[in-house]
Design a protein around this ligand. Structure first.
Ligand SMILES: C[S@@+](CC[C@H](N)C(=O)[O-])C[C@H]1O[C@@H](n2cnc3c(N)ncnc32)[C@H](O)[C@@H]1O
Length: 245
């Protein structure tokens, strides 16, 4: 059994123990629009019947739920690792750097529902085409083909509740901060996924997370938590910070 399935098995046994129903479903809402059952995460499908990345679909109380895979999405991995800060909710406005094909964005889209909006920045043409297709089905995703290093190219974007950066670049923290400085509301949350190997392959990942968190706190942000994403993502962490007033 690999590390991830061992982890999932352990989470499942915890969920089953806290079940009140004793039946097949032990589904509980962990946070606004995020559900857990037997060690698996789900969001309610905004577009019933349509999958985004081959994920499993499940029915519960007339709702269709999409399984949220923690090995495919760092936010799902952070939730499995018990991240405390989950400000995503119906109506949230999110600025997302490194949208790729829209795997994680599609779950954010389920959570923020039709009254929310996600601006998704991506500069790789091939994955951007997939993102456009998903945005055609989900009207709360605004795909932007742009380089996240050049926020002046999309300066018209409104102030957002959350800036989420997953760009796997050596200067990812600086890029995330530049964008958050412009587009994140005061008191809003900045999420930066850290791929230690993109920054320095020779250094201890924990030292890298500490140094990157210090860069963020040096810019009027309060570090709320740093969540190690092992075993779902090797040498990755999620840094969560709150923008000062
Ligand atoms: C790790 S993948 C993102 C996966 C995605 N966040 C998800 O969970 O579904 C990183 C993405 O960031 C994009 N990226 C990297 N640097 C970028 C930049 N400067 N501007 C825009 N996109 C960038 C890459 O093209 C790639 O698609």
């Amino acid at each position: 059994m690999n590390a991830v399935s061992e982890w999932t098995r352990r989470c499942a046994s915890v969920c089953l123990r806290c079940s009140k129903t004793g039946g097949a479903w032990t589904m509980k809402e962990l946070s606004d629009g995020i559900f857990a059952d037997k060690g698996k995460l789900y969001t309610e499908n905004l577009v019933p019947g349509i999958k985004v990345y081959g994920e499993a679909l499940a029915k519960k109380d007339g709702k269709e739920l999409r399984e949220w895979d923690p090995t495919r999405s760092k936010m799902a991995a952070a939730i499995m690792k018990k991240i405390k800060t989950i400000p995503l909710k119906e109506g949230s406005i999110i600025f997302y750097l490194g949208a790729a094909s829209g795997t994680t964005i599609s779950h954010f889209s389920d959570i923020v529902k039709r009254s929310g909006l996600i601006y998704g920045i991506e500069f790789a043409e091939r994955v951007f085409r997939n993102l456009i297709e998903i945005a055609g089905q989900r009207k709360n995703i605004a795909p932007l083909f742009a380089d996240a290093r050049l926020p002046e190219k999309y300066f018209w974007v409104e102030d957002c509740d959350i800036v989420y950066a997953d760009i796997a670049q050596p200067d990812q923290t600086e890029i995330a901060l530049r964008n958050a400085h412009i587009f994140l509301k005061k008191g809003g949350f900045l999420f930066v996924t850290m791929k230690a190997r993109s920054i320095d392959v020779t250094k201890d990942p924990k030292q890298i997370y500490k140094e990157e968190a210090a860069k963020i706190s040096g810019k009027n942000y309060k570090i709320i938590e740093v969540v190690d994403l092992e075993p779902f993502e090797d040498s990755h962490a999620m840094i969560v910070a709150e923008k000062g007033q």
